[in-house]
Design a protein around this ligand. Structure first.
Ligand SMILES: [Zn+2]
Length: 657
């Protein structure tokens, strides 16, 4: 992990990208995690390519030592309060004793190390003299060891953008991927070990200001550079973007797990609105002269009185309330928030409310959410119950607010403390925290932002010296610029620029080159089927990721042998997706696309001509289009359309003369 200094002015900034955006107040730092296409994992000889069903299961309870966490790491302490059992699932084809933490790590995988060095050089980053494997504490169970191994490869450098612009690089690290989360409930968290230990490069860029589209362009450019190396994995889940984002020089929020580029724009837009909203809420609170509590003065918390309300709500007609109180050892408490009347429901931007932020926090403690005075009476909680709560809190109407939470006794206590802490921070606007990106482009709270005291040396792996000789030997493998790569594709396969770009950006470049090498099918045709045709299938709502490279390869082999007509390729692929088929031949059979002999074609066309004599007499040569349509509806996919057209034309001429 690279330690960031987010708002120190970047050497390279993007203020000139769009003159309209001068004064843009959003700073975004990209941090990408890219899986490498190495043969083995980073610290053992397994790989994660086998998709076997797990056969081995074991349990762990992670109990981090306080000294390891460091007193200044709120995230680690926070996680530690949620102690759970962790269950791991593994299979010998994808993991060994190293993943199970029963055996020390082996030496660093050479191929992965080379890739990291090559990518660092491609980014003009300064490679360190000696690489040290470090342990970064993780206590969510995503690693069996309780830490993630990571090594700093290089610092500084820049990514070149179009038009001679640059974005600074903070650092390049090589690290192991975490285990794959399968499920998580209040008692147990389950992980699969296949992904654990997979080599990743982490590249952290300096924060830039700009529109979401401009930030996207930076991410696209970096992704293309990585792919041009041909040493990285492709496809969904193989690249993850984290971003650091702050508005108006405010606190930096870290957002994890952006997997798709269109999601990136939405997340930046959402998070910008959320942070601006929080700043407005803080301004509103300041106007009400809520004192700004000192960070270290715990006494300030006296503003928030917590009272038990279980007895008041015991006979409530609210189902949401009784569902909780019917369970054993549960309680409801109300937190009095002086001066907060109207603030919890205040919505400066759509969906941005302090009440919602608090609800996200209590969910972290396994509670369903909160009720607050700005929205009550509601949800079956009556006016008289609200009045009783207010009376017990000595709440002043029109000035104060309350927050009501219920659930297991100890969880409620933790959650109440977290709410009080968050309310104290509300006057500061944006709170530094780690959030997760949702698939629809929003962000939700995961934990407070981790401190920087989470690294210590890995003693089981020796440091690696990197000298000029090693770097010199790798220079030839440094990827060319993206532009020259596209030029190269255009020349070698006689593709136009659009197709060259599309095939490069698709996840099937390797497949494309493989098909060209092994068949005589025209590269332009193959490229357009793999890019444009798959895109239009996706637009129909079909999941084209289900089509394996092998399947597509078989289709082109059949075409090459003359067993298929060009026209039938999209129909076959669509049918395989719609009917969930794995076998190309089966799809061909279902569609009745077995090739047809020329004699049969002649017979079919003769019949069409006989059946349409009236039309031919009336329209003469102009009937060709209609006849072609009728012929193709019977013959599509079974014979080349050009052939049908030429047979039809000559028969029509014969008939007319
Ligand atoms: Zn292994």
């Amino acid at each position: 992990m690279v330690t960031r200094t987010p708002r120190v002015g970047s050497k390279y900034s993007l203020p000139d990208l769009d003159p309209k955006n001068s004064g843009v107040d959003v700073m975004v730092g990209l941090e990408i995690h890219q899986q490498l296409a190495s043969q083995s994992k980073l610290f053992c000889e397994c790989n994660n390519k086998g998709a076997e069903h797990p056969t081995l299961t074991f349990m762990r309870r992670l109990r981090p030592a306080l000294s390891e966490l460091g007193v200044y790491d709120p995230a680690a302490l926070f996680e530690a309060t949620k102690m759970k059992s962790i269950r791991y699932h593994s299979h010998p084809s994808t993991s060994c004793l190293v993943e199970a933490d029963e055996e020390p790590p082996h030496s660093v995988d050479r191929e992965s190390l080379q890739t990291a060095l090559i990518l660092a050089m491609a980014l003009h980053s300064k490679v360190v003299d000696e690489i040290h494997v470090m342990r970064k504490i993780v206590i969510d169970g995503s690693n069996t060891t309780g830490f993630q191994r990571t090594m700093l490869i290089a610092t500084g450098g820049y990514l070149e953008l179009e038009g001679n612009r640059k974005v600074g690089v903070q650092g390049v690290c090589l690290e192991e991927d975490a285990a794959r989360l399968l499920s998580d409930d209040n008692i147990t968290r389950e992980y699969a070990l296949d992904r654990l230990g997979t080599p990743l490069v982490e590249i952290a860029l300096e924060p830039v200001s700009g529109t979401p589209q401009e930030v996207l362009q930076v991410a696209v450019t970096l992704g293309r550079l990585l792919r041009a190396s041909k040493r990285v994995e492709r496809g969904i889940g193989t690249i993850r973007q984290d971003i650091n984002i702050s508005v108006n020089e405010g606190s930096v929020v870290e957002i994890k797990g952006i997997q798709q580029l269109d999601q990136l724009i939405k997340v930046i837009e959402f998070e910008t609105a959320r942070q601006r909203g929080l700043i407005q809420i803080a301004a509103e609170l300041s106007q009400r002269r809520i004192s700004h509590p000192s960070e270290h003065n715990e006494d300030e918390i006296h503003e928030f009185i917590v009272e038990n309300m279980t007895d008041i709500l015991r006979r409530s007609s609210s189902k949401a309330v009784t569902r909780i109180l019917d369970r054993e050892d549960t309680q409801f408490v109300a937190i009095k928030a002086e001066g907060f009347d109207g603030i919890l429901g205040y919505e400066p931007y759509v969906g941005v409310r302090l009440g919602r932020q608090l609800a996200e926090i209590v969910r972290f403690y396994g509670l369903g959410g909160i009720f607050h005075s700005d929205e009550l009476p509601n949800y079956g909680i009556t006016e008289s119950e609200v009045a009783a709560i207010k009376e017990r809190l000595n709440l002043i109407n029109g000035r104060d607010a309350f927050i009501l939470i219920g659930g297991d006794r100890d969880r409620v206590q933790f959650a109440a403390d977290a709410i009080i802490q968050r309310m104290n921070q509300a006057t500061r606007g944006v709170v530094p925290e780690t959030r997760a990106a949702t698939l629809d482009g929003k962000t939700i709270f995961i934990r407070p932002r981790p401190g920087s005291s989470r690294m210590y040396p890995e003693t089981d792996v020796l440091p690696i010296k990197i000298d000029d000789l090693i770097l010199e030997s790798l220079k030839g493998s440094v990827p060319k610029s993206f532009d020259s790569y596209i030029q190269d594709l255009m020349q070698r396969y006689e593709l136009n620029q659009k197709l060259a770009l599309e095939i490069f950006d698709s996840d099937r470049l390797k497949l494309f080159e493989d098909i060209i090498k092994n068949t005589k099918v025209q590269p332009t045709f193959v490229a357009s089927k793999i890019t444009e045709d798959l895109t239009s299938l996706r637009r129909k709502g079909l999941n084209t990721d289900r089509l394996s490279d092998q399947t597509i390869k078989i289709v082109f082999q059949l075409l090459d042998k003359g067993d298929l007509a060009k026209e039938s390729i999209p129909i076959i692929l669509e049918t395989m997706l719609m009917k969930d088929l794995d076998d190309v031949k089966q799809a061909i059979q279902i569609l009745g696309l077995e090739q047809i002999s020329e004699i049969e074609v002649n017979e079919i066309i003769d019949k069409i001509i006989t059946d349409n004599m009236a039309l031919i007499k009336e329209k003469g040569r102009d009937s060709l289009g209609t006849l072609m349509g009728r012929s193709m509806s019977l013959l599509r996919g079974r014979i080349d359309g050009k052939k049908v057209s030429s047979i039809l034309k000559s028969k029509l001429e014969q008939g007319l003369s």
